[in-house]
Design a protein around this ligand. Structure first.
Ligand SMILES: [Fe+2]
Length: 471
């Protein structure tokens, strides 16, 4: 199979270490720290191309800021999946027929131990002092945040059973802990919601909830007192995956629009399920944020009307037309009344939004501004800032420039929520280069545009670590 016509889905083979890109404009001198991003970097092995964007080989990206300067590195994770690819064997996990999910399916039949892929290409986190690459298969890979060298597999010090796990972990700055969840298959499937106390690697189970389906759940959110999951009727069907024509986990997914979506609100202290209201079938990958207000639990999500977004991200769809003609994600606010077990939904932005982020210090607390990728502009993906109090949106986009996940970073001495910058990588298809853009977080004016030495394939998620300064 040939590669994509769109540079954002073409494989990269070069690795750079600590290069200093040219910068147009200037990066604020106060911006200090390192953005570490993860995503697929290579889509072929042995003459075969993976089927789904989610299946490319994990490649880490490092953008280190210090006193107005930027240093850039990229490096593939040296995993078993990487070794297999170098030997001409393609392995994947989501939409590609490979050993990872086959082994999980074998596990479902035997209820034994899984042996899933280690191609951890979705996200990064810091756990017990280690920097760790994450995916939805329960294997994690540690790496050096300066050199990006692979340090080896990271294992939690517990015996939690997980067949599919969350690559999105919520780092709560006020509780000094990280919250995540995992799904356990079996006769009575369950979602295990857990916390990892700072400085430890033993997960403490907050709650184990009976799962319907179980559903494919990608993300969660926290308030000061709760953890929130969204259980859509996109379920993981073992029977479908056992079909001999199955291509991988994507064929496990079954959309049942006649079934409702259920919000699961769990008390973080007691583990009690305090509310589980239902509403019409919708799907979401990403939570924006959540918080408590006047006894209600407010949860903001990027919502899709159905699960078509999952299939639209297959490379068959993406290769032909460039960036996907995907359904538009909408920023929706859900206000849950736990006493009545009801939920009200209010749209905040319906212009097409994904990969949402809020400033780190606002996680789980009342907040005003949500930033995200503005999807499906005319030959572009832009940046959008939504004022969740007024519903007003500020947008930036430029023809041929595809903004990836934006990271808002507050100025340390600032007081306003949007006093700071938004940092985002963006693929400039005319230059065939990825850019690192630094925006004013208040106005979305571009303050700096750094030109990287190559075009990166589109990545997924990253995290900014203010205390990781370039050595
Ligand atoms: Fe995600």
């Amino acid at each position: 199979m040939t590669g994509s016509e769109h540079v954002g889905f073409q494989s990269l083979t070069t690795e750079h270490h600590d290069v200093t890109p040219d910068i147009e404009g200037s990066i604020p001198a106060w911006l200090s720290g390192t953005l570490l991003r993860n995503g697929p970097g290579r889509f072929e092995a042995g003459g075969q191309r993976v089927n789904h964007w989610f299946d490319g080989l994990a490649m880490l990206r490092r953008y280190a800021f210090d006193d107005g300067e930027l240093r850039y590195s990229n490096r593939f994770l040296r995993t078993e999946a990487y070794s297999d690819a170098m030997a001409g064997r393609l392995t994947g996990q989501f939409g590609t027929d490979t050993r990872g999910w086959r082994r999980i399916l074998d596990t479902l039949r035997s209820f034994g131990l899984p042996d899933p892929t280690d191609n951890a290409n979705v996200h990064v986190a810091r756990l017990d002092g280690e920097f760790v690459a994450l995916t939805e298969a329960p294997r994690r890979v540690a790496f050096d945040p300066q050199t990006l060298e692979t340090r080896g597999e990271f294992a939690f010090d517990d015996d939690l059973t997980e067949h599919i796990t969350a690559a999105h972990l919520v780092v709560d700055p006020t509780h000094d802990e990280t919250v995540g969840f995992a799904t356990q298959f079996g006769l009575s499937p369950q979602y295990h919601i857990y916390r990892v106390p700072a400085g430890g690697r033993e997960r403490e189970v907050i709650a184990s909830l009976d799962a319907r389906g179980p559903a494919y759940i990608h993300d969660c959110s926290v308030t000061d007192s709760h953890v929130v999951l969204v259980e859509s009727p996109l379920t993981l069907s073992v029977l479908r995956a056992l079909n001999p024509l199955s291509e991988g986990a994507i064929d496990m997914l079954e959309w049942s629009p006649e079934e409702p979506t259920r919000l699961l609100v769990v008390d973080r202290s007691s583990g009690e399920l305090v509310a589980d209201p239902t509403f019409e079938a919708t799907f979401c990958f990403h939570h924006v944020n959540a918080y408590c207000e006047d006894g209600d639990v407010v949860v903001d999500l990027i919502e899709f009307p159905d699960s078509d977004i999952v299939g639209s991200l297959s490379l068959d769809e993406l290769d032909g037309q460039g960036f996907p003609d995907v359904p538009a994600g909408e920023l929706q606010r859900y206000r849950i009344d736990p006493a009545a077990n009801t939920v009200d939904r209010t749209p905040l932005y319906v212009g097409g939004m994904e990969l949402p982020r809020v400033p780190r210090g606002r996680t789980g607390r009342p907040y005003r501004y949500a930033y995200g990728q503005a999807t499906d502009r005319d030959g572009a993906n832009g940046l959008v800032k939504v004022d969740c109090e007024t519903g007003q949106a500020t947008e930036w986009w430029e023809q041929g420039v595809y903004v990836e996940e934006p990271i808002p970073i507050q100025r340390p001495a600032g007081t306003a929520e949007d006093d700071g910058v938004v940092v985002a990588t963006a693929l400039d298809v005319d230059r065939e280069r990825t850019l690192l853009l630094v925006f004013d977080a208040e106005t979305l004016t571009v303050e700096a545009r750094a030109v990287l030495p190559h075009a990166e394939p589109f990545g997924f998620h990253g995290r900014f670590f203010p205390d990781v300064v370039p050595e």
